[in-house]
Design a protein around this ligand. Structure first.
Ligand SMILES: [Zn+2]
Length: 290
């Protein structure tokens, strides 16, 4: 038996179109994400997955004197729940240690970092560290974040080396850290192409280990159907800096490592999409240069 639609056919058609459109393109968190550009260039890029061993090591320790580097990121006020952080020479946190730069949480983070045995602790801020970016466009903040954060909160991080556009050398190995990213509405947001292109020029060409909060475009940067990575950062990393390692976080669901044959890209996010700690710290070894 044929059941006639309750609404005129045109209405049914319109509702169908709206539904189809809604289902296929849910609201984007980053409307400027760059899927199309990545599709254009990806066939010319090398992407070799790197699988950590049972000790979370991404490479073998070399026979020469070396640094053991332990990487974490995006702990979002749950660093105390990361119970399996291996000892090492350097501990890197690539940002988002808080949810909104709350002063109390910064003090807790600083205290927890201080208790770790690593000789060096290097930290870059993430987009959730509200108050850390003196040049933030505060009028663009998300409504839920207005009025939150700690101005110059990085001054409370006395137990770590805070890297913002700054290099530190450890046994001859050069580490450089920077927090800029292309996700609008947060501290350290800078516009794609124009401002970010300038930001990354500050990375010294001799950098061995680059630490940013954002991934470069195309490497462990996919959030749902969106590409959150930065094309300008990819260009600097590929064409000029060519660091041995590039550590970042930001895109929670793309934890892991990948190589382009020259640089190993490491997304060390400890929280996955639901903001609960679920992954292990990642470890790599790099020869000393002294
Ligand atoms: Zn995060």
């Amino acid at each position: 038996m044929l059941v006639l639609p309750k609404y005129p056919m045109t209405s049914v058609f319109l509702i169908y179109c709206w539904l189809a459109n809604f289902m296929s393109s849910p609201g984007k968190i980053d409307p400027h994400s760059e899927e199309d550009y990545w599709e254009e260039i990806k066939c010319s890029r090398v992407q070799i997955p790197v699988v950590p061993n049972q000790l979370s090591e991404l490479n073998a320790p070399p026979d020469v004197p070396h640094l053991k580097v332990v990487c974490i990121s995006d702990t979002h006020e749950q660093l105390q729940n990361v119970t399996n952080i291996p000892d090492g020479d350097v501990l890197i946190h690539a940002g988002d240690f808080t949810n909104n730069g709350d002063r109390e949480q910064l003090l807790i983070f600083n205290s927890l970092m201080g208790a770790f045995p690593h000789r060096h602790k290097l930290v870059v801020a993430g987009n959730h560290e509200l108050g850390f970016d003196a040049n933030e466009r505060k009028e663009e903040r998300l409504e839920k974040d207005v009025g939150k954060g700690t101005e110059n909160g990085f001054e409370l991080l006395t137990n770590v080396t805070y890297l913002q556009d700054r290099e530190v050398e450890i046994d001859g190995v050069k580490f450089f850290g920077s927090s800029y990213h292309p996700l609008r509405g947060f501290p350290f947001y800078r516009t794609r192409a124009e401002e970010l292109g300038e930001c990354w020029k500050k990375i010294p060409t001799e950098t061995d280990v680059l630490i940013t909060h954002t991934p470069p475009l195309g490497y462990l940067d996919q959030f749902g159907n969106e590409r959150w990575g930065c094309r300008d950062l990819l260009r600097e990393v590929e064409e000029r800096v060519k660091p041995c390692f590039h550590v970042f976080g930001h895109v929670h669901e793309r934890y892991g490592a990948m190589s382009n044959g020259k640089t190993m890209f490491i997304n060390a996010a400890q929280c996955l999409r639901n903001n609960v700690i679920q992954t292990r710290p990642l470890v790599f070894y790099i020869p000393k240069k002294i």
